[in-house]
Design a binder for this molecule. Structure first.
Ligand code: NDP
Ligand code: MG
Length: 379
C-alpha cells in the first residue's frame, strides 16, 4: 500500500489526483487538506476514509462532528502537523500560492518525498528548497506539465549537452488580443482558458503570462539550468508540453493531449508510464503552430527573467505582488492591466532591498512586506 497526503484536495489538481488514487487499489489517501470547501471535503472523507484532515481554521469544526474516526487539524499549524503524521507517506502539494511553502519545508524536513504542483514554492524559495532536498535526501518531482515534460526530455542526454530548454505557452485567454484591447477585459473573459480547465489563479496567470514567468524560474531551480538557456515559445494547441534542444540541434519534445492526469500520474508512479486517463493523440487532424514570445505584448515574461537573474527575494516579490494583484482583480477591486502595473511597481519598490541569505522566516517576513505594500496602495 502506498500512502499519500494530498494538500489542496478540493482544487483542480487535487480532484484529478483523487481520480488516480481511486483507480489504484494500492494507493491510499492517508490525509488531506482543504481550505474552505467544506461540502467537497465531506464528500472526500466519505469516499476515501482518510485518517487525518486539516482545514483553514477551527470555525468549521462542528461541521465535522460526525466523523469520529478522523483526526482533525486546523490553520497554518494544521498543515505542518499533517505532513508529519506518519513516516510512510508521500506528500502531494497542490495548494495554490505561497501558502504551500511552509508545509513543503516541513515535509522535506520530515524526510517525505514531495510531488509538487505548487510552483509558487519553488519560485519564492528555490535555493532553500533545493538545499533542504539535498540535506534530507528526499525526492521532489514536479507535476507542472511543462516541467514533467522537460524531466522526461532530459532523460535522453547529458546535462552538459543541453543547448536550451524550450517551455511552451498556450498564450492564455487573451492571446489573440492586442494590448489596447486588454484595457476593459473582465474577470469572466480572463477565466475562459482555451485549452485547460484549471483553478482561477493559474487561469488568470496564464492570460497575463505570469504563469510562464513563474515556470521559467521553476525550471531554473528544478533543472539547475542558467536563464540564458531557458526559452519560451507560444504554442496554441498545448500538445507539445515542452522541449529540450541538445548541442547537435536535435530537439526532444513531449507530446500528449492536454490533460493534467498525465503529469500527475507520472509523478505518482515515477519513473513508470502506466495506462491512465489521457486520450490517445489523433495525428489525422493535428496542426501544430508556434510563435515567438512577444515580450512587448507579454512584458511579464521579461520581468520574470529579470527577477530570476537577480535572485534573492526578488522572485518572491514578483510572485507575491502577483498573488495579491490577482486576488484584487478577482474581487473586482482593480482592472486587468493593473495586475502588471502592481508587479512592475513592486519590483521597483523592493529591488534595492534584496536579500540573498534567507531562511523561511525571512521569506515569510518579506512576503508580508510586499503584501502590505500592494494592499496599501491599491485596495
Ligand atoms: P485551485 O484553486 O483549483 O485549488 C487550490 C487548492 O488550495 C484548494 O484545495 C484550496 O482549498 C486550497 N487553498 C486555497 N488557498 C489556500 C490557503 N491559503 N491555504 C491552504 N490551502 C489553500 O488551484 P489549482 O488546483 O488550479 O492549482 C494548484 C497549484 O497547482 C497551483 O500552484 C497551480 O499553479 C499549480 N498547477 C495547476 C495546474 C492545473 O491544471 N490546475 C497545472 C499546473 C500547475 P478550498 O478550495 O477548499 O478553499
Ligand atoms: Mg504549467
Amino acid at each position: 500500500m502506498k500512502n499519500f497526503i494530498l494538500l489542496g484536495a478540493t482544487g483542480s489538481i487535487g480532484s484529478q489526483t483523487l481520480d488516480i488514487i481511486k483507480k489504484d487499489k494500492n494507493f491510499n489517501l492517508l490525509g488531506f487538506s482543504f481550505f474552505e470547501n467544506v461540502s467537497r471535503a465531506k464528500e472526500i472523507i466519505n469516499e476515501f476514509k482518510p485518517k487525518y484532515v486539516t482545514m483553514k481554521d477551527s470555525s468549521f469544526k462542528d461541521e465535522f462532528n460526525n466523523f469520529k474516526d478522523v483526526t482533525f487539524f486546523y490553520g497554518e499549524r494544521g498543515l505542518l502537523d499533517l505532513v508529519k503524521v506518519e513516516e510512510n507517506a508521500t506528500i502531494i502539494n497542490s495548494i495554490v500560492g505561497l501558502a504551500g511553502l511552509a508545509p513543503t519545508v516541513e515535509a522535506i524536513k520530515a524526510k517525505k518525498d514531495i510531488l509538487l504542483a505548487n510552483k509558487e514554492t519553488l519560485v519564492c524559495a528555490g535555493d532553500l528548497i533545493k538545499r533542504l532536498v539535498k540535506e534530507n535526501k528526499v525526492n521532489l518531482i514536479p507535476i507542472d506539465s511543462e516541467h514533467s515534460a522537460i524531466m522526461q526530455c532530459l532523460k535522453v542526454g547529458k546535462k552538459k549537452e543541453i543547448k536550451k530548454i524550450i517551455i511552451t505557452a498556450s498564450g492564455g485567454s487573451f492571446r489573440d488580443l492586442s494590448r489596447s484591447e486588454l484595457e476593459n477585459v473582465t474577470l469572466v473573459d480572463a477565466l475562459r482558458h482555451p485549452n485547460w480547465n484549471m483553478g482561477k489563479k493559474i487561469t488568470i496567470d496564464s492570460s497575463t503570462m505570469v504563469n510562464k514567468g513563474l515556470e521559467v524560474i521553476e525550471a531554473h531551480y528544478l533543472f539547475d539550468v542558467d536563464y540564458s538557456k531557458i526559452e519560451t515559445v507560444i504554442h496554441k494547441e498545448s500538445i507539445i508540453h515542452s522541449m529540450v534542444e541538445y548541442k547537435d540541434n536535435g530537439i526532444i519534445a513531449h507530446l500528449a493531449v492536454p490533460d493534467m492526469h498525465l503529469p500527475i500520474m507520472y509523478a505518482m508512479y515515477y519513473p513508470r508510464h502506466l495506462k491512465g486517463f489521457t486520450q490517445e493523440l489523433d495525428f489525422s487532424n493535428l496542426n501544430l503552430s508556434f510563435k515567438k514570445m512577444d515580450i512587448k505584448r507579454f512584458p511579464m515574461v521579461e520581468k520574470a527573467y529579470y527577477v530570476g537573474k537577480a535572485g534573492g527575494v526578488l522572485p518572491l516579490v514578483y510572485n507575491t505582488s502577483n498573488e495579491v494583484a490577482v486576488s484584487l482583480f478577482t474581487n473586482g477591486k482593480i482592472k486587468y492591466l493593473d495586475i502588471e502595473d502592481i508587479i512592475t511597481k513592486s519590483i521597483e519598490r523592493f529591488k534595492d532591498e534584496n536579500i540573498y541569505d534567507y531562511d523561511i522566516d525571512d521569506l515569510l517576513e518579506f512576503d508580508k512586506k510586499v503584501r502590505s505594500f500592494v494592499l496599501e496602495k491599491w485596495s
